[in-house]
Design a protein around this ligand. Sequence first.
Ligand code: RP5
Length: 186
Amino acid sequence: MNRPDHNDANPLVGIIMGSTSDWETMEHASNILTGLKVPHETRIVSAHRTPDLLFEYAATAEQRGLEVIIAGAGGAAHLPGMTASKTVLPVLGVPVESKVLKGLDSLLSIAQMPGGIPVGTLAIGRAGAINAALLAAAILGAKHPDIREALRKFRVEQTDRVLAQPDPSVSAVAIPMKNLQKGKRQ
Ligand code: RP5
């Protein structure tokens, strides 16, 4: 497994997360940004375990050239909201799936911000991490035409992939004939 210490020169997006255990989820955001050629960095920054680091990261993000922050956290997930409270950059929150409450705790902690400090909240888990990266690219696309075009290409390719496989009963993986006959539709 790759470690969360991705470092592009002049990153536009900062992906932060509360714990190394969040990387399994948040690496999907990093992978999407890499695919779109969006320079980014990944860091462990915990609202509860390293609060001073969180304040410093959020307070200096804008002057370091970051334009969007993606923050993933699980459980009592204060990281996205506290980050948003210390910067005017857009903050996108990814609720990491917690063991006990399956991420519902994370989702509510991130989504239920008081009026005045917004956090754009995505879905729980992998889908949320992927969509946070795509939404970050959409935000950056307003200023960076290359990123807008990369996002457009991603969407076209995604559509083409779906249209190229219209029959869900046909799989690229070879399925034994008896299974095919059993599951055959009229
Ligand atoms: C949160 O606590 C982290 O974001 C993580 O999702 C959760 C559990 O952290 P570990 O105990 O796995 O380090 O702060």
